[in-house]
Design a protein around this ligand. Structure first.
Ligand SMILES: O=C(O)CCC(=O)C(=O)O
Ligand SMILES: [Fe+2]
Length: 402
């Protein structure tokens, strides 16, 4: 399974085990970072200075907003935002942004609910019979080495680029037509992931993102035309049934309106009462974070479990805090995820290697590109790939795509 945010890592050292010397080095490192943040905060308006900065400081000065910088500086590095601050306001109208076939059409009420909660689901895409074939195809990709990132530890990222089986699932109109109603008619896929939580695997801690800044820490991964607009959606498809015991998705409804700060240390539980975290956490492990605690006061009524039958999906904004409990069942919990943007969002600006610091993984972007999911691209901001098609005619004939 792809690890996900569970070691976001500003504080992933373990002082008890480190020697005095290492602790001193760590203190000096933090002091240097603090001074850099202070400097960047004070000089942020002086854009001409960026020309002389080294890459990381230049990008930091560009991507970190004042609230991020001053929160870090005034808390002496104890509080941090993992992403750029933004607000999500209601759109001028809750009318779906496109009209489509009746069975895929959201109502105004559906869109209103999405904006109220930050997610919409469960949505049924395929019958259990159809899922037999889809599961077989998705599983078969897992057995082939990735041509996208052949040397990466994680072989499952962005397989929409080299696996026709994945692109076939992602590009089915019952998905793209729904995404377009929320995001608009012109759509790109920029990432896909597999979250195969095996029996005994731990929780995925509560997290949120907007421009995926936590990945490189100094630079936003996505650069949208308008930060406060809805510009990205995640689709989480259940390949097998996902339920509480095997660790289905959970959301903190309504938390998508802003970015929440995180505090170094703490009990490891989100919000104040650990009892609340335990409700959904089984042994209370669900909301445990390694070193960082989201500063959001949660109440029981905010927690929405999202059990899904195989063939169902949930569509959500990554800005809505989400996570999933450990898999305490004998079965795997297999989630197939892809991420969609509007065409006016730039991905990986100027990058040739994308670092995901909390995974300790670097992805060489030579083979990466966005794929056009729907409509047209008037902006041409991103490198594009041609979505994969079946080479093998037998496989194509066996395709159940509609
Ligand atoms: O599969 C999970 O439990 C978490 C998935 C997730 O965080 C995501 O798709 O953004
Ligand atoms: Fe996530």
């Amino acid at each position: 399974m792809e690890k996900h945010y569970d070691s976001v890592g500003v504080g992933n050292d373990n002082p008890a085990q480190t020697s005095r010397r290492a602790r001193r080095r760590e203190r000096i490192r933090r002091l240097v970072i603090w001074i850099v943040m202070l400097w960047v905060g004070l000089t942020k308006p002086l854009k001409f200075l960026r020309k002389i900065y080294p890459y990381k400081i230049r990008e930091l000065a560009r991507s970190w907003d004042y609230k991020m910088l001053w929160t870090y500086v005034f808390s002496r590095g104890k509080r941090v935002f993992m992403d750029q601050n933004c607000v999500m306001k209601d759109p001028p109208t809750f009318q779906p942004l496109i009209k489509t076939r009746a069975e895929w059409q959201f109502t105004e009420e559906d869109i209103r609910t999405f904006y109220r909660d930050g997610f919409i689901g469960p949505i049924t895409l395929w019958t259990p019979e159809e899922m037999v074939e889809i599961r077989r195809k998705v599983d078969s990709v897992m057995e082939r080495q990735s041509k996208v990132y052949p040397t990466a530890q994680n072989q499952y990222r962005d397989r929409y680029i080299d696996a026709p089986e994945f692109w076939e699932v992602i590009s089915m109109p019952q998905l793209s037509e729904r995404l377009a109603q929320l995001l608009g008619p012109d759509l790109l896929v920029w990432r896909s992931q597999i979250f195969n939580k095996k029996s005994g695997d731990p929780e995925i801690t509560w997290h949120q993102a907007s421009t995926y800044m936590a990945e490189q820490k100094v630079k936003a991964t996505l650069e949208p035309a308008r930060l406060n607009q809805l510009f990205q959606l995640t689709t989480w498809i259940a390949i097998d049934d996902a339920y509480f015991e095997n660790g289905c998705m959970h959301f903190l409804k309504g938390t998508h309106r802003k970015m929440w700060s995180m505090r170094l240390g703490g009990s490891g539980f989100i919000g104040n009462p650990p009892e609340v975290a335990k409700i959904i956490g089984g042994q209370g492990r669900f909301a445990k974070s390694s070193g960082l605690t989201l500063e959001v006061p949660i109440t029981e009524d905010m927690i929405v479990p999202m059990p899904l039958k195989s063939g169902q999906c949930v569509i959500f904004t990554e800005r809505c805090i989400h996570g999933s409990p450990p898999n305490n069942s004998p079965n795997r919990r297999f989630g197939f995820v892809f991420r969609t943007i509007r065409t006016d969002v730039q991905v990986y600006r100027g990058e040739t290697i994308h670092e995901v610091t909390y995974l300790k993984e670097k992805y060489n972007l030579d083979n990466w590109g966005c794929a056009q999911l729907r409509g047209e691209d008037k902006y041409h901001l991103n490198r594009m790939i041609q979505p994969p098609a079946y080479q093998d005619s037998e496989l194509a004939a066996a395709s159940t795509s509609k």
